[in-house]
Design a binder for this molecule. Structure first.
Ligand code: BTN
Length: 329
């Protein structure tokens, strides 16, 4: 561990007692100037460390998300052991796509994205200190194309479990993978697969997840203000962002690694179905060809949404280019 994080650890373990520069310097066998420099570096990372002249340093609660903060909380077997953290990045999905040496199970996390990507080439607004933005890179040995879209559903359920564990309130899912609370979207998921041209083999799957944690309604663009929310607006709970990141990675691992996906697909789809909130409602199905009203009926064994059109026909929708518009309540 670097000296900077050794100092942080000492401050964390001080139990609210001021630690003097001299004491830290002695315990780590470094100079007082080195202590002061590292404290400044920690403050720049966002740690709230107050310095009382001739008494010492005190660490206050700080909502810092970093590799150190996530790894400290991470209890996974494999996922996230290679963890790449960036205070600012264009997009964690883009980084994962452009970094060929990333191993299976690596996780890329950022505090802010300048070019966050959403589904259907939309932008995903990812301001600083407002949410958790992360991508999980998977390199499955053999996976059927049909199972790739189910991986996206795994991520949605992992988010639902995470928010419930941390706030006590269970969010719901809008097919395919938008996570909602009180009919406001609090999380978006974008899964991208890269396929080798010649062999058609899947090289990697990137599961990108963005959760809105702390925004107020006014923080959202007016175009989405009526339909977007954050965990804070919907539950009133403010939880450390690294708690979300670590629990989310763990919950994804539970379904993907521990559940030996796709062996658990059938049981998993039951859990997914139970988390959906609009079955039985009339929705607008929007594809690039047409838009039509239909009643959302069920999820089939492939994870497709079965809808009943107005003419009575049942149609199974594959996530592809289709989105659903809910009727306002
Ligand atoms: C959507 O709602 O349309 C999907 C949004 C997905 C956003 C996440 S944030 C982390 C990862 N990096 C990206 O650029 N996008 C995904």
């Amino acid at each position: 561990m670097t000296t900077k994080y050794q100092i942080l650890q000492l401050l964390e373990q001080s139990g609210g007692r001021l630690l003097s520069g001299g004491e830290i310097a002695e315990r780590l066998s470094i100079s007082r100037t080195a202590v002061w420099k590292q404290i400044s570096a920690l403050q720049q990372e966002g740690y709230q460390i107050t310095a009382e002249p001739s008494k010492g340093y005190l660490l206050k609660d700080s909502e810092v998300i970093s590799a150190y903060e996530i790894q400290k909380r991470l209890q996974t077997h494999t996922l996230g052991h290679d963890l790449r953290y960036f205070p600012v990045i264009d997009s964690t999905n883009t980084y994962a796509k452009n970094t060929p040496d990333l191993p299976d199970g690596a996780v890329v996390v950022a505090s802010q994205q300048t070019n966050g990507i959403g589904r259907l080439s939309r932008k995903f607004y990812s301001p600083e200190k407002a949410g958790v933005y992360l991508s999980i890179l998977l390199r499955p040995h053999m996976i059927a194309m049909a199972d790739i879209s189910t991986i996206t559903l795994l991520a949605a359920v992992a988010v639902v479990d995470t928010v419930e564990q941390l706030t006590g309130v269970r969010p719901q899912i809008k097919w395919t993978n938008d996570v909602y609370m009180n009919r406001r979207k609090i999380c978006g998921i974008l899964t991208e697969a890269s396929i080798e041209g010649e062999s058609g083999m899947i090289q990697s799957i990137i599961v990108g997840i963005g959760i809105n944690l702390y925004q107020s309604y006014e923080d959202f663009d007016p175009s989405i203000r009526d339909i977007a929310g954050s965990v804070l607006t919907e539950t009133g709970k403010r939880i450390h962002p690294a708690d979300y990141a670590a629990a989310l990675i763990k919950n994804f691992e539970k379904y993907y690694v521990d559940g030996q996906f796709p062996k658990n697909k059938k049981e998993f789809l039951k859990i997914y179905r139970d988390a959906l909130f609009f079955l039985g409602e009339t929705v607008q199905v929007v594809s690039f060809k047409e838009t039509y009203p239909a009643v959302a009926v069920d999820i089939n064994e492939q994870g497709e949404l079965v809808v009943r059109r107005e003419d009575g026909c049942l149609v199974a929708l594959n996530s592809g280019e289709i989105s659903l518009k809910l009727q306002r309540k």
